[in-house]
Design a protein around this ligand. Sequence first.
Ligand code: APR
Length: 257
Amino acid sequence: MRVLVITGAGVSAESGIPTFRGKDGYWRNLDPAKLATPEAFARDPELVWEWYRERRQRICNAQPNAAHAAIAKLARHADEFLLVTQNVDDLHARAGLPKEKMVQIHGDIFVTRCSRCSFSDAGRGGSPEPPTDRAVLQRGRLRSIAPTSENDVDLPRCPECDALMRPGVVWFGEQLDSRKVEIVENFLRRGSCDLVFVVGTTAVFGYIIDWAVQAAGRKGQLIEVNLEETPVSQFATQLVRGPAAIALPRIVDELIN
Ligand code: APR
């Protein structure tokens, strides 16, 4: 059995992580679609970092739910498996899904990287505690330099080029990491899938729909698990309208037993 699973914020909703476009997605009355941009970071890096620090904290305090566990279980039973998640949290990994079976296509909220050069603290290992500035500075061997403006006081700076460090996520209007795209495309190139799940995403990005449709090919099942209709729904062979943490364990148990 060859399986592709694509997930979005809805899969972590039942772990208490707000979705982006849901009613809880707003932060201090600010629209995430406007905060998660290079423009917002250029305008007010302090504010953007504060949002990310709060999100890191919330994720650290959250636990994977039954949907994450069901996906990890499916991965153990599939002959070939890939998860493409748009989520920057680590709940799939904490549910036991091995890193080599997953691509975080929109990055990893626990990575801190330079906003100008290629310096990054990725691969640091260890627990993903939300870095205080001090933790970021120590772990990523970053150093603090004299702030260039009042607002920059506590912000981490790059040890290589002194530019501001930023969260290692893909913001609106930015390119995907080509190495990650390649992993997905190589998986798709090796053959179509028997099963494709699209779980908890509004699928606003064309590549999400394209990958799902391409993976299912002519014979594969394309199963959408979502509370609502999305642009993927029209291509699905099965629509499951319910919370992922209830629907997915049932589907996976039926498949495996
Ligand atoms: N079970 C299943 N689906 C759910 C649940 C749930 N418990 N709760 C919400 N959903 C669905 C919603 O109906 C919606 O379609 O999850 C989806 C969440 O959508 P978004 O908030 O738009 O999240 P996502 O699709 O992951 O966003 C994609 O956009 O904001 C950027 O880069 C960010 O990765 C993110 C991307």
